[in-house]
Design a protein around this ligand. Structure first.
Ligand code: NOJ
Length: 539
């Protein structure tokens, strides 16, 4: 039992483990991960010392975008299991003191959602279309899209239907955007929140929290280059518009009808806009992706960490730390690429020989001891505790991410971080399930499997287990944080009077400060801290 997770504000200092259910564990042998598999691994997750689980969408879905295309928000996809199994899972997690965060997708539905099917069956101008964003086109016979907006996965953000109207989808055409100006939409989501809250869900991760509100004057955008959302201008027609805050407040008031529940925003917005999402009547927390976008450099890390802690403190929130998730290249590989590599599109354009996987793995271990020792909550993406690398060489014919098709086969997409987890050293899917997995695993996964690492004190799995236990013992509820200058290339900070964290991100070994080493990312830790390693020192 992890008593501290029962305290109010459990989300402020927890370790949240992200489960991409499709690739976590397959309980029924059909090659796809499921709730039965997840339940069978609760003991593993408890031993790993996580406080909460965030489960990627488990709802009925055609899985065109890995489940972020929801056909029915109140039922579980049959490939994943049943609502009853989910209820059992929530109860079992709670027995272990582990909270459960569901993933809610309010920006768009699947094109298979009942509402969208009704909209398609209706004529232009029919009220059924108003729950989405349908518009006539421009040009001769309306054959041009209503605006020049581009979709995140590539191509136009508009799709034409047979009667000539166009509908908006800022992701895939199979993900039509809801019209959040419509009261039906708002009321429906209030009800969906309550549905899951009544089933014991402790929190929600809100997908595309910064995208719900559109500029309904439909201006063209000047900039068509593909750039990060966080770099887009404040007055973008669909990113980070001020109207989202009213919706945030409405949801918050629903959550506040229940005890001790939370919501975390996936909001890729500029650093100075993020605190707006964290006002006391809005989100409890927001993902902070800044560290994920930072090269392996002590000065850059220190600046991002200091800025994040200060910004969170200023609004009374706790920061979050994320190195990997199901949308980005795994950090064990990212850190093995030369500084400055444009890793989001790297696998298709860069020479693979530049990858130094050994350095990537060493740095990923050191990075874990950084994020697990910072104030706030730390998100761990499934498999990072095994040190899994990105599988960058998946053959083209197995690619599943819509990015691959929508980019005209120029961007491989996100499948390389979604490869099924290896649990055992042998077997048709390294213990993922009893048969072949939905996405092939590389042979290198055998040595990285949980079974191969479980008893090895030098393994990455052992490192994570020890770090979460030490975090509970020494850092639970400690919010104090102060950077310490130990020279160029070294990231160091105190966490209260008794703990010093040192990450040597330089190329030279440095001497070990006084105190007792609680944990080191370097299994052969001696009197020096080697390059690319981190230590926690008790004083
Ligand atoms: C963000 C999710 O993390 C990503 O996987 C998904 O493709 C988009 N939102 C669209 O829902």
């Amino acid at each position: 039992m992890h008593d501290e997770t029962n305290a109010n504000d459990w989300w402020r200092h927890g370790v949240v483990y992200q489960v991409y259910v499709r690739s976590f564990a397959d309980g029924n042998g059909d090659g796809t991960g499921d709730i039965a598999g997840l339940r069978s691994k609760l003991g593993y997750l408890n031993d790993l010392g996580v406080d909460a689980l965030w489960i990627n969408p488990w709802y009925s879905s055609p899985l065109k975008d890995g489940g972020y295309d929801v056909a029915d928000y109140r039922s579980i996809d049959e490939r994943f299991g049943t609502l009853e199994e989910v209820e059992q899972f929530i109860a079992e997690a709670h027995e272990l003191g582990i909270k459960v965060i569901a993933d809610l997708v309010p920006n768009h539905t699947s094109d298979q959602h009942r509402w969208f099917q009704e909209a398609l069956a209706a004529a232009p101008g029919d009220p059924a279309r108003e729950r989405y964003i349908f518009r006539p086109g421009k040009g001769i016979n309306g054959s041009e899209p209503p605006t020049n907006w581009t979709a995140v996965f590539g191509g136009s953000a508009w799709e034409r239907v047979p009667d000539g109207e166009w509908y908006l989808h800022i992701f895939d055409p199979s993900q039509p955007d809801l019209n959040w100006e419509h009261e039906d939409v708002r009321a429906e989501f209030d009800s969906i929140f309550r549905f899951w809250l009544d089933r014991g869900i402790d929190g929600f991760r809100i997908d595309v929290a910064h995208g719900l509100v559109k500029d309904l004057s439909f201006p063209d955008v000047a900039e068509q280059a593909v750039i990060l959302e966080s770099e887009r201008s404040a007055d973008h027609p669909f990113w980070d518009r001020d109207g989202v805050h009213e919706i945030n407040r409405r949801w918050r008031s629903v959550l506040d009808e229940y005890d001790n529940r939370m919501m975390v925003a996936e909001a890729w917005v500029a650093a100075d806009r993020l605190p707006l999402y964290l006002r006391p009547d809005e989100y409890h927390q927001s993902f902070n992706f800044d560290l994920l976008d930072t090269d392996w450099d002590a000065g850059l890390f220190a600046a991002v960490i200091e800025r994040s802690v200060t910004a969170a403190n200023a609004v009374g929130a706790a920061s979050t730390w994320v190195l990997s998730n199901h949308d980005v290249m795994r950090h064990a590989t990212r850190y093995g690429l030369p500084a400055g590599t444009k890793w989001r599109s790297w696998p298709m354009v860069g020479p693979h020989e530049v990858l130094d996987q050994e350095a990537g793995t060493r740095r990923a271990r050191a990075a874990a001891l950084i994020t697990l020792s910072l104030p706030g909550s730390t998100y761990v993406y499934q498999g990072e505790e095994l040190g899994l690398p990105e599988v960058w060489d998946l053959p083209e014919d197995v690619l599943d991410d819509p990015t691959w098709e929508r980019s005209g086969h120029t961007e491989k997409g996100r499948d390389g971080c979604r490869v099924p987890i290896p649990w055992e050293i042998n077997g048709p899917s390294f213990g993922f399930g009893s048969g072949a997995p939905w996405m092939p695993q590389p042979a290198s996964f055998a040595a990285l499997s949980a079974a191969a690492q479980a008893e090895d004190p030098a393994s990455t799995l052992s490192l994570y287990r020890r770090a979460t236990a030490l975090r509970r013992e020494h850092l639970a509820h400690v919010e104090a944080f102060e950077l310490v200058d130990l020279g160029a290339g070294v990231l160091a900070y105190e966490r209260g009077a008794n703990m010093l964290v040192v990450a040597n991100m330089s190329t030279e070994a440095i001497s070990l400060p006084e105190g007792t080493v609680l944990i080191s990312s370097d299994p052969s830790q001696g009197q020096l801290i080697q390059p690319d390693s981190s230590v926690w020192i008790a004083r």
